[in-house]
Design a protein around this ligand. Structure first.
Ligand code: UD1
Ligand code: MG
Length: 491
């Protein structure tokens, strides 16, 4: 695949993107978990060029910062004024001085373009010995695009922009995708000769083709059958259309690789997500970022995971999670909120209405209901009762809590951190825990129960409650004591 390495790829991304009507530069808008320009960079990288140059202009500080994050080896070239695509490429070449050989030019707003298609374009360019090869597509509605003017013997005579085209030329349905391979010398020479003598008063890159042709050089087209790959984003309607198409393609790839997607229309999976065979995605599932899901796991319905690693056979139902690791055969949800730093062991459980943050729950441990666990380390096989709160924040600092192996925390416990509960310890239900607990101990910290006989009859006379009490004690205090004695004997 790398036998056709170009000397440079230049990605044009300096344009305004006026029709996006956004404070964010157009190429930073996202689909499928990547910015538009990141899609272009990832695709260009696959060609392994000596230079990868992005031409920036509008919002350049933001775009440059983003590029430094996603691919620090990208060079940027600043186009101060957007004088046209010809000017953009001229600026781009200054970041790849003195190169010879093939120069690929693409756009920062064509996110569905596949590396495979670029490889084919470059291979075609090399094979045919062209000075310029342009990627084209035949489309039902070519309005707005540059049209391919045919030359003799299947060659290209030039490209005419829609605004400059005659009515006859506008009938041509083969369009310029805006993606090209140029011989470096031909490109430099052509760019030095283009003018603004056209309908838009811009320096058109496309004019280089007719100049090369006029010099007797070979100019050709490579037609792709998959026109969607050449579609650009100009407004947010196209952004949504291409997002849906990209998602559809991503899901198709996963399904062909053995993933069950019950409802592709409501399932969104970023390009960066990895799914193993026999994963099942239920409706309304969104998987983002560096999320990975191992074989046999079931995600959804109604689940959003960002940067979450899910182990083999795990089940995650109605969950919002990020920055977490879920062990093999573990179970999460329904209705769980996993915040960054959550680590759930194998066969462990985070249940219903549970929020976790920076908390590790070892193998086989369970946090089944109505709990907040923050900054906690929960040992193997421990059980955290319903309604337990790890009070990790004192208003100034965050403090940790450790719960030992096979320890048992009773329901409605509040653990005032920092706290250590040893292996094999108990905490009684309703405890406000302010002291550490040693192995084998049970900690009890709650008011002692006091029952006041006859209170209902005295204080709530005439109520249904009082009536029920009277009915229940019809035979007087005797049956009451009798029941109590029975209870005590039975337990
Ligand atoms: C361009 C082509 C057209 C083709 C279409 C495909 C030209 C003259 N026309 O038209 O034949 O059918 O793409 O989508 O090239 N840019 C800069 N600096 C500039 C101007 C543009 O960096 O000064 C960038 C834009 O950010 C964009 C790309 O170049 O990424 C294309 O520019 P755009 O204005 O969208 O060109 P089109 O009119 O669509
Ligand atoms: Mg465009």
């Amino acid at each position: 695949m790398t036998s056709h390495r170009p000397a440079a790829v230049i990605i044009m991304a300096a344009g305004q993107g006026t029709r996006m009507k956004s404070a964010t530069p157009k190429v930073l808008h996202e689909i499928g978990g990547r910015s538009l320009v990141e899609h272009a960079v990832v695709t260009a990288r696959a060609l392994a060029p000596d230079y990868l140059v992005v031409v920036v202009g509008t919002g350049r500080e933001l775009v440059e910062a983003h590029l430094a994050e996603i691919d620090p080896d990208v060079r940027t070239a600043v186009q101060e004024q957007q004088l046209g695509t010809g000017d953009a490429v001229r600026v781009g070449l200054t970041a790849a001085p003195g190169i010879s050989g093939a120069v690929v030019v693409t756009s920062g707003d064509v996110p569905l373009l596949q590396a495979e298609t670029l490889h084919e374009l470059v291979a075609e360019h090399d094979k045919s010995g062209n000075a310029v090869t342009v990627l084209t597509a035949r489309v039902p509605d070519p309005t707005g695009y540059g049209r391919i003017i045919p030359g003799e013997g299947g060659s290209v005579a030039g490209i005419v922009e829609h605004k400059d085209a005659s009515p006859e030329q506008r009938q041509i349905d083969e369009i310029n995708a805006g993606i090209y391979v140029f011989d470096a010398e031909t490109l430099r020479d052509g760019l030095s000769r283009i003018t603004t003598d056209n309908a838009q008063g811009e320096l058109y890159l496309t004019d280089v083709l007719a100049i090369a042709k006029g010099d007797g050089k070979r100019v050709g087209a490579y037609v792709t059958e998959d026109a969607m790959q050449t579609e650009g984003v100009n407004d947010r309607v196209q952004l949504a259309t291409l997002r849906a198409e990209l998602n559809r393609r991503t899901l198709d790839t996963h399904m062909r690789a053995g993933v069950t997607v019950v409802d592709p229309d409501t399932t969104w999976v970023d390009q960066t997500v990895q799914l193993e065979q026999d994963v099942t995605l239920l409706p309304n599932t969104q998987l983002h970022g560096a999320t990975t899901v191992a074989s046999g796991a079931t995600i959804g319905p109604d689940t959003t995971l960002t940067d979450v690693q899910v182990g083999e056979g795990a089940t995650i139902i109605r969950c919002h999670g990020s920055g977490s690791v879920i062990g093999a055969n573990a179970s999460v949800g329904p209705f769980a909120y996993l915040r960054p730093g959550t680590a759930l062991g194998a066969n462990a459980k985070i249940g219903t209405f549970v929020e976790t943050k920076n908390t590790s729950i070892a193998d086989g441990a369970k946090v089944p209901h109505l709990t907040y666990a923050g900054d906690a380390t929960i040992g193997e096989g421990a059980n955290i009762g319903a309604g337990t709160i790890f009070a990790n924040y004192d208003g100034v600092n965050k403090w940790p809590t450790t719960i030992g192996r096979h320890s048992f925390v009773g329901s409605n416990t509040v653990i005032v951190a920092p706290r250590t509960v040893a292996d094999g310890a108990y905490i009684a239900a309703g405890t406000a825990l302010t002291e550490d607990v040693e192995p084998g101990e049970i900690a009890v910290a709650r008011g002692k129960q006091r029952n006041i006989a006859g209170w209902v009859a005295r204080k709530r006379a005439g109520t249904k409650t009082a009536k029920a009490a009277a009915e229940a004690t019809k035979d007087g205090a005797q049956s009451d004591t009798g029941e109590k004695a029975q209870r005590e004997a039975g337990s």
